[in-house]
Write a protein of this length. Structure first.
Length: 610
């Protein structure tokens, strides 16, 4: 827990009882228990309210959390919060009829039942003053567009997801109060504007562009909250279930949460696409890897940016390629997790923290607001590289390579982030244990080679370059190694562009840190000669040391195999007919019996013969 909200023990073991008309808490209060009597509002402004155990909100008693105020509790088991009174806390989502936000409610239905309760969108409200709100209108299923004033929510877009492996497994919720604590849900924004400024701070409910404010009212969620996950990377939509910030690293890396992969995924959507049709969406999942508890983590945006032919971002639309800070998840934020095994993961009060949204490491998935506050977290960014692959000068896939001494070359819990957008027709990712990853962690060694997998469904151009270097040796080069012609390309100080034929390339490209082959290849190449005789339309190879050759392959410039021969033996001279081949550049590759490779580019013209 942060020391920001700890106080002396002067009220320890003594429940705080408030039963007068109105209380305003403006310093940092800390109570063992909190009882608020009937019709006795409590207003907390710009502070944290810490309660060591349970809260009892009597009938018609309201606890207002305003101006970034948060409620934290110290319960170590399940919630014992009681009473039919409510807390009221604000959060802003997108002001766009066509864009989804992923949510998770900080409150449940204010019933007489002790403990956490279910949530539904009928519990969302429109603020009219700092303490008064009017319930949102819930539009019937089939009404697609919500409004800001009066606040009306389109129930058509309220869905949840549990242990899913495909799109069809989204479950419709609508206006029902059936969302269990910790269950996330989707909701689209609103159209129009709402100039109401409930707190007199100059921030209105909805300025027309940017954010839509919602007032969550209900019983505060507390204590251990469990969410089911499924084996085989099944996806579950969850989120921050508390009326306080959530230390996402602490939740994901909790040793008792090993049933998930330790990675969080966030939905991003192109705000310029105004359509409700699935086929028109431009969106995808950004990946967040916590790396370790003290790290600021690594966030890699979704891949749906469009680019001009020179590789620069189009100015006609909003780019998704913005690094969003996710270490501390704000109130209401939803995200996906994947399961390692069938089981559950648990949110705990020990994962909660008082950290104000906008302080640098906590941002909700909505349009940018004024976030001028300084970052008060002094955590150092983990050493890493960001590598962009610009695909057909149109889309960019960003990959992040982190360097941690504890990381292995295999899949590491809480470090390596799976590619959630594998349906993209053309893509690039890290290749770990026969799966595609967007974030990979390794221990740094200059001789290490890190495989990439390239997928292309059509003839595709890919341009690789390093776009960000953090806490990494500035003198250390980074290369992309192309196995096809044994070439090295410095992508830290430049870029490498290649055009590939349709296919999946799992063994061709690797990230390396040295441009020298650490074997006897250099010696072999000096006594192995490849040449093209265009007059006689043959490719010749001279093998003076009679090395045993396992195979010969001739590739075109797209990497497609045109000719191939196996079990060549140990001859000194070889010839291969190139008659009938189109003029152009090819790559001839010979592999010896002990797996050493000799490659050379050749030019075929076939213009010399008459």
């Amino acid at each position: 827990m942060s020391n920001e909200y700890h106080r002396s023990n002067e009220k320890k073991n003594k429940p705080m009882k408030i039963n007068y008309l109105f209380a305003i808490l403006v310093s940092i209060p800390c109570f063992s228990q909190l009882y608020v009597g009937a019709s006795a509002p409590v207003y907390v402004k710009n502070e944290v309210l810490y309660v060591g155990q349970n809260i009892n909100l009597a009938t018609n008693s309201n606890l207002y959390l305003r101006n970034n105020s948060q409620l934290l509790q110290g319960t170590t088991g399940v919630s014992n919060n009681s009473g039919t009174g409510i807390i009221s806390v604000y959060q802003e989502g997108t002001s766009d009829n066509f864009e989804y936000n992923y949510w998770c409610s900080p409150v449940g239905n204010a019933t007489a039942i002790t403990g956490n309760t279910n949530f539904g969108i009928t519990m969302l409200n429109r603020p009219t003053s700092s303490t008064i709100s009017t319930p949102a209108s819930i539009l019937a299923n089939g009404n697609l567009n919500g409004t800001a004033n009066p606040l009306a929510i389109a129930s058509n877009w309220i869905y949840k997801l549990t242990n899913a492996n495909n799109y069809s497994q989204w479950v419709f919720v609508g206006s029902a109060t059936t969302l269990a604590p910790g269950e996330g849900f989707t909701m689209k924004g609103t159209g129009g504007n709402d100039a109401t400024d409930p707190e007199g701070t100059g921030i209105v409910n909805n300025p027309g562009t940017g954010a839509q404010r919602y007032d969550f009212r209900g019983k505060p969620n507390d204590g251990t909250i469990s969410v089911n996950v499924g084996a085989g990377n099944a996806a579950s939509l969850t989120g921050n279930p508390y009326p306080s910030a959530l230390h996402l690293n602490a939740f994901l890396l909790d040793a008792s949460n090993g049933a998930c992969t330790g990675i969080a995924y966030f939905w991003e959507q192109d705000k310029t696409v105004n359509s409700h049709y699935l086929a028109s969406y431009k969106g995808g999942y950004a990946s967040y890897s916590p790396l370790n508890l003290g790290s600021t983590g690594l966030y890699v945006p979704a891949t749906f940016n469009t680019y001009k032919k020179d590789g620069t971002v189009n100015t006609t639309g909003t780019s998704s390629g913005v690094a969003v800070q996710r270490k501390y998840i704000p109130i209401g934020q939803g995200f996906l997790i994947n399961g390692n095994t069938n089981g559950s993961v648990s949110f705990k009060n020990s994962h909660r923290i008082f950290y104000k949204e906008g302080l640098g490491l906590s941002e909700f998935a909505k349009s940018t607001k004024d976030k001028t506050s300084k970052n008060t977290d002094e955590a150092v960014e983990t050493s890493h590289l960001r590598i962009n692959t610009i695909i057909n000068n149109e889309f960019t896939r960003q990959l992040a390579l982190a360097f941690l001494p504890e990381a292995t070359d295999g899949i590491d819990f809480g470090i390596d982030a799976l590619n959630m957008d594998e349906s993209l027709p053309n893509d690039a990712s890290f290749w770990i244990e026969n799966k595609n990853f967007i974030i990979q962690g390794v221990s740094f060694e200059p001789t290490k080679r890190i495989p990439l997998v390239i997928k292309a469904t059509t003839i595709t151009t890919m341009k690789f370059n390093v776009v960000e270097v953090k806490n990494f040796d500035s003198t250390q080069n980074v290369y992309l190694y192309d196995e096809l012609d044994s070439s090295y390309h410095n992508i830290k100080n430049g870029s490498y562009q290649i055009t590939v034929a349709p296919g999946v390339y799992k063994d061709r490209f690797k990230i390396t840190f040295t441009n020298q082959t650490l074997s006897t290849n250099s010696e072999v190449k000096s006594i192995f000669f490849i040449s093209q005789d265009n007059t006689n339309e043959v490719l010749r190879a001279f093998n003076p040391n009679n090395r045993t050759l396992a195979s010969f392959t001739l590739y075109d410039i797209l990497g497609k195999a045109i000719l191939s021969k196996n079990n060549l033996g140990a001859e000194q001279n070889y010839t291969f007919s190139t008659s009938g081949l189109s003029a152009g550049i090819y790559i001839a590759t010979f592999i010896t019996a002990d797996n050493e490779k000799n490659s050379q580019k050749i030019i075929i013209s076939n213009s010399g013969k008459r």
